[in-house]
Design a protein around this ligand. Structure first.
Ligand code: ZN
Ligand code: ZN
Length: 217
């Protein structure tokens, strides 16, 4: 049973989440960990990567795309004159030999220019290593407002940065689901609801996040 005394009305997301985590520990002896590693630099980096390779957003486009395309154009992404905002080009761009491109003033140094295929390979590897959902294809919200170069898409800033959302450990949530079932205490979503929480991205068509929790509005 959840803590019957908790009333989510008027409570902030952080208060609701804290109550939920405490109840899971008290009632089901389960410590659920949450992702605290989201900084604006992290968000913006993986946002730019997403907008360069995929762009799963329905109504949002980067400022510079090729005709008929929805992703950041390679000509813009690899333009030596563009000053990137929050993210370093050295985090994204790679030369043919998979090293960091080098600038000479506002131009790439000869023999050290970025290469499209090597850059795509490098970014996909970074997405996989960071555990981005849907095999690296899941949407990642901007870390800054407004979104800056080399994307400048106008997409909203991540709710993770303003304490309106949290990603909980998937394995922990699966364990809790099982424990709730054994206790005949309903589903995970029923349980979350007692704390005024829900999983709005559970059934998202292109970027489902079963671990993503927000307040019920
Ligand atoms: Zn953007
Ligand atoms: Zn999330």
């Amino acid at each position: 049973m959840a803590d019957e005394t908790f009333d989510p009305k008027g409570k902030t997301f952080t208060q609701r989440l804290t109550a939920f985590l405490a109840a899971a520990k008290k009632d089901y002896s389960l410590t659920i960990t949450k992702d605290n590693g989201r900084t604006k630099e992290w968000q913006q980096k993986f946002h730019i990567f997403h907008m360069f390779l995929y762009n799963s957003y329905q109504n949002t486009k980067p400022a510079n795309t090729d005709t008929g395309k929805r992703t950041i154009s390679w000509s813009h992404f690899s333009d030596a004159k563009i000053i990137w905002n929050t993210v370093k080009f050295s985090d994204a761009l790679r030369t043919k030999s998979n090293s960091i491109p080098q600038k000479e003033g506002q131009k790439w140094k000869s023999g050290h220019e970025p290469n499209e295929e090597a850059t795509k390979r490098h970014i996909k590897l970074m997405q996989t290593n960071a555990g981005i959902g849907n095999s690296g294809k899941a949407m990642v919200s901007s870390g800054i407002k407004p979104c800056g170069e080399p994307c400048k898409c106008g997409a909203g800033r991540s709710k993770h940065l303003s304490s309106e959302a949290a990603d909980l450990n998937s394995a922990n949530l699966t364990t809790l689901t099982t424990k709730l079932k054994i206790a005949k205490a309903g589903s995970l979503d029923d349980y979350l609801k007692e704390f005024g929480l829900h999983r709005p991205l559970l059934n998202h068509p292109s970027s489902a996040e079963k671990w993503h929790v927000e307040s019920i509005k």
